[in-house]
Design a binder for this molecule. Structure first.
Ligand SMILES: Cc1ncc(COP(=O)(O)O)c(C=O)c1O
Length: 465
C-alpha cells in the first residue's frame, strides 16, 4: 500500500512502531533482515541512552557496538542535542557556499589545537570515507605522484577511492577495477614499505594506527619508523583516525601514543556525538597550500554539506563533553580495567587465543582447541562458515545477558567492543563476568552450541547465495 506522508515524526514513531522489519524487507536490505532474524537480533529499538540501547519492552542492552564507534560520548547526549537545537533556534546563515561560517572555523581551531603541530588546516567532510577520499586526492595533487600505499586488512570506507585502499577482499570483490597505483603493504613490515617507497612515486601511505577490522595493534616502533621512511621518501604519512580518534584509545588521538606527526589525519564517527554525519581531514599547511594554490583553485575539492552548522555545533559540544566529563582519561582507566578483567580468560580457556586493546577499543580472539571432541566441533562449525564460532558467544551474550556486540570482521573469530567512553565500571564488570560465563558454557556444552552453529551456519550459508 502506498501512503502519502502527512504524519509528523512523533506520530510516525508512535503509530508505525513495529513495522521496522517489514519496511526493511520491502524497501531496504532484506539480507540484513535475514541476518537479524537468524541471530535473533531483530529487536525494535525504541531508544538509546548513554552506553545503552533500549528495546520496545523497555529492556536496556549494553551497547558494545556503539554504532560502529560513533557514540563515544554516549547515545543522545543532552549537550550534543542542545547544541543542535541552538543552531536551529538561531536560524543561522548555514551553507552560504560562496561565503564562510563561524562554527566550522571554531571547530577547525579547536581540532587543530588538540592535534600535532604537523597539521595546520582542516578540510571538512561528511563521513569517514569522504575524509579518506579527500586525503587521497590531496596527497596526489600536493605531491604530483600517483601511488597510494595501504596496509593489508585495512578498512578506510566503501566508496571507490577508499575501497581501492581497502585490505579486505570480501569488501572489494566484484567492485573493481580500482584506482590505479594503490598497493598493499603488510601492517608491520617496514622492509616491504621501504621497497615500495624506493621508486619515489608514492604520494601517501594511509594507515589506521590500530586496525579496526580485528583490532590489530601495531608492532613496537612500526608507526614511528613508517612515518620516518615516508618523510625520507617525500611521501605523505596519513593517519586514518576515523575509528581511533576522539578519545577512543585513551588519548584524544591514538597517534599520541607514538608521538606521531602525520601530514594528514582523517576524522569522523564520534566527532559529532553520533547525531549528525561528519568528517574532517586535518592537513599540513604545505600539503593544503599545494592543492588550494590560487583563487581559481579555491573550490577544487569540497562537498555541499561539508562544514555545515549542525555537524560543527554537535562536534563542538562533543569536544566540550569530552573535556567536561574527562572522557579521554576515563577511556584509558576503563580500558585498563576491561583488559585486566578479561586478559586472564586466555589462561582459563583453551579457545581464547588473545585479548587485546587500547583504551576502549577492545577485542577477544578465539581459536580451535588442540584436539578431541571440542576440536571436531570447532571444525564442523567453522566449515559451515569461517568466523561462525564467535556467534556462539555473541548470541547468548545478547539473549541471556542483554549485551550487544559483534564480530570484528568477516571470516575471523574476533569479537570487538567499542562502548561509550561513559560506560560505568559496574557495566564493564558485568560484561567481563557474562563473557566468562558464556565462554565456559561454550566449552562445557559444545554439542548444544554446535547444533545452534549448524542451524545458523546453514542459514548464513544461504545468505551468501
Ligand atoms: C578507520 C576507518 N576509516 C574510514 C571508515 C569509513 O567511515 P564511514 O563509514 O563513515 O564512511 C571507517 C568506518 O568504519 C573506519 O573504521
Amino acid at each position: 500500500m502506498s501512503r502519502r506522508n502527512t504524519a509528523r515524526v512523533a506520530d510516525i514513531l508512535s503509530s508505525r512502531s513495529g513495522e521496522e522489519m517489514s519496511l526493511n524487507e520491502r524497501f531496504l536490505n532484506p539480507q540484513m533482515g535475514r541476518i537479524l532474524r537468524t541471530l535473533g537480533f531483530d529487536k525494535v529499538w525504541k531508544g538509546g541512552e548513554g552506553a545503552h540501547l533500549i528495546d520496545s519492552d523497555g529492556e536496556r542492552y549494553l551497547d558494545l557496538f556503539g554504532g560502529y564507534g560513533v557514540f563515544a560520548i554516549g547515545r543522545n547526549h543532552p549537550e550534543a542535542i542542545a547544541a543542535i537545537e541552538e543552531v536551529m533556534q538561531a536560524r543561522t546563515g548555514n551553507l552560504p557556499q560562496l561565503g564562510v561560517t563561524l562554527l566550522s572555523g571554531v571547530l577547525a581551531e579547536q581540532l587543530l589545537e588538540r592535534s600535532p603541530a604537523s597539521v595546520g588546516a582542516m578540510v571538512p567532510a561528511n563521513t569517514g570515507t569522504e575524509a579518506v577520499e579527500a586525503a587521497i586526492k590531496i596527497a596526489r595533487a600536493a605531491t604530483g605522484r600517483p601511488r597510494v600505499l595501504y596496509a593489508e586488512h585495512a578498512f578506510h570506507g566503501l566508496t571507490l577511492g577508499s575501497l581501492s585502499i581497502n585490505g579486505n577482499d570480501e569488501f572489494r570483490a566484484g567492485f573493481g577495477p580500482f584506482l590505479p597505483g594503490c598497493d598493499p603493504v603488510a601492517f608491520g613490515d617496514l622492509g616491504g614499505l621501504e621497497r615500495q617507497l624506493a621508486a619515489g612515486d608514492v604520494a601517501a601511505l594511509v594507515l589506521e594506527p590500530i586496525q579496526g577490522k580485528g583490532v590489530n595493534l601495531p608492532p613496537d616502533g612500526y608507526l614511528q619508523c613508517a612515518q620516518k621512511l615516508c618523510r625520507d621518501a617525500g611521501t605523505l604519512f596519513v593517519c586514518d583516525e576515523v575509528q581511533t580518534g576522539i578519545g577512543r584509545t585513551g588519548r584524544f588521538l591514538a597517534l599520541e601514543h607514538w608521538s606521531l606527526e602525520p601530514d594528514m589525519i582523517c576524522l569522523s564517527k564520534a566527532l559529532s556525538g553520533g547525531l549528525v554525519p561528519i568528517g574532517a581531514v586535518l592537513v599540513s599547511r604545505a600539503a593544503f597550500d599545494g592543492v588550494f594554490d590560487g583563487m581559481e583553485r579555491a573550490v577544487r575539492h569540497g562537498s555541499t554539506f561539508g562544514g555545515n552548522d549542525l555537524a560543527a555545533a554537535a562536534a563542538l559540544a562533543t569536544l566540550r563533553v569530552l573535556d567536561g566529563e574527562q572522557l579521554v582519561a576515563r577511556a584509558k582507566s576503563s580500558g585498563e580495567l576491561l583488559l585486566e578483567l578479561t586478559a586472564p580468560l586466555t589462561e582459563r580457556f583453551e579457545i581464547v587465543r588473545e585479548v587485546r586493546g587500547l583504551g576502549l577499543m577492545w577485542a577477544i580472539e578465539f581459536g580451535p582447541p588442540a584436539g578431541g571432541a571440542g576440536r571436531r566441533l570447532w571444525e564442523t562449525v567453522e566449515r559451515r562458515q569461517p568466523g561462525l564460532f564467535s556467534q556462539l558467544i555473541t548470541v547468548p551474550l545478547f539473549h541471556d545477558h542483554r549485551i550487544f556486540c559483534q564480530v570484528a570482521g568477516h571470516h575471523m573469530n574476533v569479537i570487538k567492543a567499542l562502548p561509550a567512553l561513559t560506560i560505568e565500571e559496574d557495566e564493564i564488570r558485568r560484561f567481563a563476568a557474562a563473557l566468562e560465563e558464556t565462554i565456559a558454557a561454550a566449552e562445557r556444552y559444545p554439542a548444544a552450541l554446535a547444533r545452534f552453529g549448524f542451524r545458523t551456519g546453514l542459514r548464513m550459508a544461504g545468505l551468501r547465495r
